[in-house]
Design a protein around this ligand. Structure first.
Ligand code: C6P
Length: 405
């Protein structure tokens, strides 16, 4: 990867913040966008803007071809068996809620079990809590090992014949742990349960193939993978999508409507009521094309190396730093605390040095409770970050620590 050439593609990276060159390390919250994506979206609005699947005129035809072309490209990107298995949503949260309502509402009943983990983002936790409340199903959780991995020692008891769905994150947005989702999905299949994988922090960073993972559903967001905000994806196994009732009702998802009743189109259109985010989908298609040209394997290797380097440099510079999550291979994000300094204060002081990190509970309050802290700071990398930026971040961290000493 030629990082200096690649960085030229991202206009946002070349600005000064408080007089300092921006070091953007908040990629787990959202990534920056390359020119190719910005241009694809503005080209659509400048020349091809029309509603999809409705018009018979040239612009409508072009918009529809671009929209469905993006669907096919995104399906290939995640190894999906067909474009029809890719449903566009507004983000990963909506994709997960769709499964909790449209699949869970029909298949989960009183006495059934929903299995998830304590390291979930709220988006892959609250929909299941709510489903359990509505249906009187039981929620069951994986245990965590002291180093922040899922405890698989009781997998067969945890996921048993009463289990209907297992919802698990592929990569933790706090610990950086990469979970063995294939093994979990296979156990779910053995007992006739389905497995939903939250790919919000994996699909942007590593090769993900739904057929290799053998999962039933995969949810992710476009904005964390160089795409625009307001577009996300739900992949679903074709047989499951075919059985699922719609989640939202309205235009374009119907087959036939009378005053008394209505029938639905097949997936994916059955799940895309109303005018979709056409520009967003086209932008996400361009983002996938951009990432594919660089190669997901290259991006993953780069980020694993950056997180290894970052942790090493932080420990050298501040030996008392607390770093959360496993040792060894982990995703390119590092949650940490400097004893005696509130993470919000740290983030604010780093911002004065042009370094953007996130501080807070990262929408994972139950996990924070398990870690014994209300909040952490988090530095998260992406394909365009460099070791020089990690050095700038660590120097700023030392200055911040001295400031509060
Ligand atoms: N995590 C973070 O800073 P949405 O907001 O729907 O695009 O993505 C939700 C989501 C789901 N799962 C995981 C593992 C996530 O990390 C996120 C988003 C961001 O960590 C924003 S809170």
């Amino acid at each position: 990867m030629n990082l200096s050439r690649l960085r030229e593609d991202f206009p946002a990276l070349h600005q000064r913040v408080h007089g300092k060159l921006l070091v953007y390390l908040d990629n787990a919250a959202t990534s920056q966008k390359p020119k190719a994506v910005i241009d694809a979206i503005s080209r659509y609005y400048a020349y091809d803007n029309a509603n999809v699947h409705r018009g018979i005129h040239a612009l409508a035809e072009r918009a529809t071809v671009a929209y469905e072309g993006a669907r096919a490209r995104i399906a290939r990107f995640i190894g999906a068996p067909a474009p029809e298995t890719v449903v566009f949503t507004k983000n990963a949260s909506e994709a997960i809620n769709m499964v909790a309502y449209a699949w869970g509402g029909v298949h989960v009943r009183e006495g059934d079990v929903i299995v998830t983990t304590p390291m979930e983002h709220h988006s892959n936790l609250i929909p299941w809590q709510q489903l359990a409340r509505r249906t009187r199903a039981t929620l069951r959780y994986f245990g965590l090992t002291p180093d922040g991995r899922l405890d698989l020692s009781n997998l067969d008891q945890l996921i048993d014949e009463r289990t209907r769905i297992v919802a698990v994150t592929h990569v933790s947005n706090v610990l950086g742990t990469v979970n063995p989702v294939r093994r979990i999905a296979q156990r779910a299949r053995e007992v006739g349960a389905v497995c939903l994988v939250d790919g919000a922090q994996s699909v942007p960073h590593m090769p993900v193939n739904v057929q290799e993972l053998d999962c039933d559903f995969l949810a992710f967001s476009g904005h964390k993978m160089c795409g625009p905000m307001g577009v996300g994806v739900l992949y679903g196994r074709p047989e499951l999508l075919a059985q699922m009732e719609p989640f939202l009702f309205g235009g374009e998802m119907i087959s036939k409507v009378t005053l008394e009743e209505a029938t639905w189109k097949d997936a994916p259109h059955r799940f895309e009521a109303g005018t979709p985010n056409v520009g967003g989908v086209i932008g996400l298609g361009a983002a996938v094309e951009y990432l594919e040209a660089i190669g997901m394997e290259n991006i993953w290797r780069h980020e694993v190396e950056l997180s290894r380097y970052c942790i090493e440099r932080m420990r050298e510079a501040i030996p008392e730093v607390i770093i959360y999550g496993p040792e060894g291979e982990r995703a390119g994000l590092v949650c940490f605390n400097v004893p005696g300094v509130h993470p919000h204060d740290l983030a604010q002081v780093l911002d004065r040095d042009g370094v953007a990190i996130r501080a807070g509970h990262h929408c994972a309050q139950p996990l924070m409770r398990l870690l014994g802290t209300p909040a952490t700071a988090r530095a998260s990398t992406y394909l365009y970050n460099t070791k020089e930026e990690i050095d700038i971040f660590v120097s700023a961290l030392i200055r911040a620590k001295e400031f509060f000493a």
